[in-house]
Design a protein around this ligand. Sequence first.
Ligand code: PLP
Length: 392
Amino acid sequence: MAKEWVSARSKTIGRTKIRKMYELEAQYDDVVSFTVGEPDFHTPQHIVDACLASLASHRTGYAPNRGVLKLREAVSERIAQTHGVTYDPETEILITAGGMNALRSAAEALIDPGDEVIVPDPYWCNHMHHPLLELGKTVTVPVREENNYMYDTAVLEEYLTPKTKAVTLNSPSNPTGGVISREQIEALCGFCRQHDLFLISDEVYEHIIYDGLAFYSPVMFEGMRERTLICSSFSKSYAMTGWRLGYAAGPAEVIDAMLKINENTIASPTTFVQDAGVAALRGPQEPLEEMVRTFEERRNILYRELNAIPGLRVGKPQGAFYAFADIRGTGLSSEEFAVRLLQEQRVSVTPGDGFGAAGEGYVRMSYALSTEKLLEGMRRIRRFINNIQSSK
Ligand code: PLP
């Protein structure tokens, strides 16, 4: 019998429905795509210029494994401003290759086989598929629209076991656009302290928040800094998805463990990309503010237009650039809705069940696309629904 080369462990990792929809939509022309999870803006010019200047001065060697010190200092300053908490750039910050690398290293640093990690359902699929899957056990806890898709601690209690080690939080959330309120985060922090749990706080959408709502991180609350790891990224805030730059901030012993993992895998992110990261954090923030204003306008259009289509309903997303639309009124499953909408009207959305069982009956729509395309997408979705209804 031929030898099996591919590990059993790697076979347990599934493909995400986001990727599947990308591949499917590539087979059609003139698609209006609501699948893509990246800003449709260019990286601000001053960041590009900083990268070019760094390259021109031959900053092309290995960076320190923790990351370029100047960038760690800039991250520390930024967290002090936004969170009011100080992290030592020497020991408590690690520069990573995007948020994903931060999350993956965090999982490797924190989770042993048998440990359970709580993840909300709906979840961002890579929280399940990528970082945690084969390391420990992810336990999905349903979250509800009426709670902004954030945890209810009474429900969390039901899923708690002696093996529960950590909880993941993602606010603002992908795929729902939900943002945790002060009351909810206080309850969650109290729950983690009471049950001695660690919190992995995925804050990649921290700056993309609407309606003047406040952003809350667990570390802003008493007794949480020592049991929380912040994972964040330049990808979304600075339209830098392809640059692969992010960071983690947390207790020195966790950062040290992550450092060992990164030292033996990626070594460090690209040196001149890290120099550009300094410009992103210390340079003008107007491009970020302008991008958030634009997303908010699109959010308003999507909310208005989608709710005017019979059979569809969407709550108002509070952050990130995703809407989680309820399609149960059409009688179709999430998968049928997404595939037929693409085949019949050339509009691509991601089936909600790709984000956990609680996502069935919903589709995720990213509004990182121009207003013109957004409106064209809405016209096509209306036609799709009209066609379904008239064929009933
Ligand atoms: N966390 C969430 C919730 C995300 O949506 C993403 C990207 O889509 C990431 C982390 C990872 O971002 P990156 O690796 O591009 O920094």
